[in-house]
Write a protein that binds this ligand. Structure first.
Ligand SMILES: [Zn+2]
Length: 394
């Protein structure tokens, strides 16, 4: 699902942090740079520790080969898990932007949430169920071929274990993990109250995260074990790290869900920014700052080529450029050119605009009415609008 969307998005903003692997079911699959760390770690621990410990009689290169093949199958299992979510999402008519593998596993960027609790339940459960099905398939191979071939026994044995772990971890009932989404859909169905269900599912998600952080730090000093799992030393800090990550994911997913909820029923005309000024595109950012931002506090600029609109630039775009370069950077170099702009209309739903901004990874949409540009709608604006409204208690 998209538990890690927000954090990933910050990283994906810089285009070169992910490498495109190919397309499955029309969905682009990416490898985030952090994935290479975990890939190397998995190969290393399998080839140096796990397999040599279990099967001491192989030669060195066999450990490497089996280690690499097993790691590739492990990541294929993660992709299969995300594809299962995606398949149900596509069936409900909800587009999936991408699947990215990164240090904590995989994430499918699903463009919006299911409108109904039961559909959300199916979509969320599909991932862990697919991991369990894979564990079953590897068990079958293990059972049929395992006694004839040590490498296959080693490979399938570890893949059974890891797919069951993947299912178990994702089934932890804290939002935004799959289990948390299942929990939310059940609470949502039972109470008919999306907000309340999301609040409690993410609260539980944060509690789970705190338990991870606490257990991780505790285990670093005092090693302990639960069943087959041992916690101690650096491995234990990893647990705390995952906890920290889950805490972030739970709070940001909650905010995202509430933002969507708060925008319900609002139209573009309610959230439009109209204070855009026209500025020649040959102006430097420094000129814009001195003439419009500092004295008038404006935040949105329409670049013109003298007569026509050539692009749009917002405060956020300007802030993205180091201040030392402001006197050498022209507006036209920093703006979003008109041919890359999509437009919004006054009657469009605000939630739909938020989805579009998310989907296209853009910050603003110009609003056109009767062929005339009347203003822009930005993500910052949507967020500020909600904040103001909640402060006023409306
Ligand atoms: Zn999942």
């Amino acid at each position: 699902m998209k538990p890690f969307t927000t954090l990933l998005k910050q990283q994906q903003g810089k285009i070169n942090t992910s490498f495109r692997l190919g397309k499955i079911m029309g969905i682009p699959i990416y490898l985030h740079i952090s994935w290479f760390i975990i890939f190397a770690l998995v190969i290393w621990s399998l080839s140096f520790f796990v397999f040599p410990h279990e099967f001491p009689n192989w030669n060195r290169s066999l450990y490497w080969i089996v280690g690499i093949v097993t790691s590739i199958l492990f990541f294929a299992s993660v992709v299969a898990h995300e594809l299962a979510h995606s398949w149900f999402s596509l069936r409900q008519g909800i587009p999936v932007r991408s699947i990215t593998l990164f240090i904590f596993g995989g994430v499918a960027r699903i463009s919006r949430e299911s409108p109904k609790p039961l559909e959300e339940l199916v979509m969320a459960a599909a991932g862990p169920v697919s991991s369990l099905v894979l564990a079953g398939a590897f068990s079958l191979i293990w059972w049929l071929v395992g006694s004839y071939s040590e490498p296959i026994r080693a490979m399938t044995g570890w893949l059974i274990y890891i797919n069951i772990s993947l299912a178990a971890f994702n089934l932890i009932p804290g939002f935004p993990l799959d289990g948390g989404r299942v929990l939310r859909s059940i609470l949502w169905k039972a109470s008919d109250n999306y907000k309340w269900a999301t609040l409690w599912a993410s609260r539980i998600g944060r509690w789970v995260a705190y338990i991870f952080i606490f257990a991780g730090i505790y285990g670093f000093f005092v090693p302990f074990r639960i069943g087959l799992l041992e916690f101690g030393g650096i491995g234990s800090l990893w647990l705390a790290f995952i906890g920290w990550f889950l805490e972030n994911a739970a709070s940001s997913s909650y905010q995202q869900a509430m933002l969507r909820e708060a925008l319900k029923g609002l139209k573009v005309r309610d959230v439009i920014t109209r204070d855009c000024v026209s500025v020649p595109q040959e102006n430097t950012l420094k000129q814009v700052a001195q003439e419009h931002i500092i004295p008038a506090g404006r935040s949105c600029f329409l670049a013109t080529d003298g007569i026509r609109l050539s692009g749009i630039i917002t405060l956020k775009d300007i802030k993205a450029i180091p201040q030392t370069q402001w006197d050498t950077t022209l507006l036209k170099q920093a703006m979003t050119p008109i041919d890359q702009l999509q437009i919004a209309r006054m009657e469009d739903d605000a939630t739909e605009i938020l989805d579009r901004l998310d989907q296209e990874d853009i910050n603003q949409l110009p609003v056109i009415e009767n062929g005339i540009l009347v203003g822009i709608v930005t993500k910052e604006n949507l967020i500020r609008f909600i904040r103001t409204r909640s402060e006023l208690g409306i």
